[in-house]
Design a protein around this ligand. Structure first.
Ligand code: GDP
Length: 379
């Protein structure tokens, strides 16, 4: 009897255990259906790798490419060339047009002239497109824009003698020397701001930059430069208001040599306190900047893009006096007419090396002809 009771109890326990197992399984099945999607394990592909920048890498980039700092915030031509893109809008509207009439060519001429390309260059560009049209090699509006794009890029990348235009900014000096970049141009064009932007970018790239406040005409210019220097973490040498600009530049270069700076950026005045001829003063600054341990590797003519052809005439005077190596074209954003880039290249025979696309530190970029032309012509 006792044995029968034992068998019954064992059976009852087994049945109960089976019921519990079934219940747990059923519950798990319901639970997995209700699971929120966020609990799905992330795919390994979605996990970004750890940055692996080595010291060698950053040293190499610092040594080879000035301004080549990959800032996410760098502006694009397309977003900043407001007015210039507006001027080229009528040409962009030729896209998709099957046939071209005389009006299309006069439209082209009008746009180029209004955008400050200059008379001679406009005539050359229109003649080139007309020739292609007469030869029957232009395929409607798209063909016209393509031909114009090719011609514009060619003007901006190859000089009239067929030599590729060199836009690189040099810091190549003899052993023990400090490269010096001089910035010249009339008041208000943006020299001080450009130097400040460059200091910020070069410091960010790990270079030791020293600024020379050679614009002693305006105390505000030195103050403005000092503000940029502080922001950028670079050093500055300044003199008294109305002092001798050459001696400020000389002192700055001596300090740069003593402190082992990588680059000196020297501001100059667009006007002078004394009756000394400005051009003579600039020539003197250049000579002084070339004395040991300084070596002038760039003389950058700063031009305000909004002054168009007037600015070019002024710039010619400065450029010839100091043997400029290139142009910084500021204020290409806003109300500038973009064609002035082409006029400068043609009329001054100097490459536009840097362009200002706004007032912030990130708004100074190396001029890129293809992106520039595409921003004007692409929809
Ligand atoms: P400087 O007299 O040649 O040293 O000229 P400044 O550097 O003092 O600049 C004159 C004005 O132009 C300032 O208000 C700057 O903020 C402004 N500026 C300089 N570069 C640019 C630029 O690329 N875009 C715009 N929109 N303004 C600029």
């Amino acid at each position: 009897m006792n044995a029968a009771l034992l068998v019954l109890v064992v059976l009852a326990i087994a049945v109960l255990a089976a019921i519990v197992v079934l219940l747990v399984r059923a519950r798990r099945a319901v639970g997995s259906l209700e699971e929120p999607p966020s609990t799905i394990a992330p795919s390994p592909v979605a996990v970004p790798p750890e940055p692996t920048t080595s010291v060698e890498d950053s040293e190499e980039s610092a040594a080879t490419s000035l301004l080549d700092v990959d800032l996410d915030t760098e502006p694009t031509y397309r977003e900043r060339l407001g007015r210039s893109r507006g001027l080229f809008g009528t040409l962009r509207s030729l896209r998709g047009r099957r046939s071209l009439d005389a009006d299309a060519l006069s439209e082209l001429e009008d746009v180029l002239l209004r955008s400050d390309v200059g008379v001679a260059t406009t005539e050359a560009l229109v003649a080139s497109v007309r020739r292609a049209a007469e030869e029957g090699t232009l395929d409607g509006g798209d063909g016209l824009l393509e031909a114009l794009r090719t011609d514009l890029i060619s003007i901006l990348t190859v000089d009239p003698a067929g030599i590729p235009i060199d836009r690189h900014l040099s810091t190549a000096v003899r052993d023990g020397h400090v490269p010096v970049w001089l910035f010249v141009g009339v008041n208000g064009v943006g020299k001080t701001t450009t130097i400040g932007k460059l200091a910020a970018r070069e410091s960010a790239a790990g270079r030791r930059v020293l600024l020379a406040a050679g614009d002693t005409f305006r105390a505000a210019a030195a103050d403005q430069l000092a503000m940029w220097a502080e922001r950028a973490g670079s050093e500055i040498v300044r003199g008294a208001e109305g002092g001798d600009p050459s001696s400020v530049v000389f002192d700055a270069i001596a300090a740069a040599g003593a402190r082992g700076a990588d680059l000196v950026l020297a501001d100059t005045a667009g006007r002078l306190h004394t009756k000394v001829n400005l051009i003579e003063e600039l020539k003197k600054i250049r000579r002084v900047a070339d004395r040991e341990p300084g070596e002038v590797t760039e003389v950058l003519l700063v031009l305000d893009a909004t002054t168009g052809q007037n600015g070019i005439t002024q710039a010619r005077l400065f450029g010839e006096a100091v043997d400029a190596t290139g142009v910084v074209l500021t204020k290409l954003d806003g109300t500038a007419r973009g064609g002035v880039v082409i006029a400068i290249q043609r009329e001054l025979g100097l490459p536009v090396k840097l362009v200002g696309l706004g007032e912030q530190a990130d708004d100074l970029v190396i001029f890129d002809p293809v992106s520039f032309v595409d921003a004007l012509l692409e929809a």
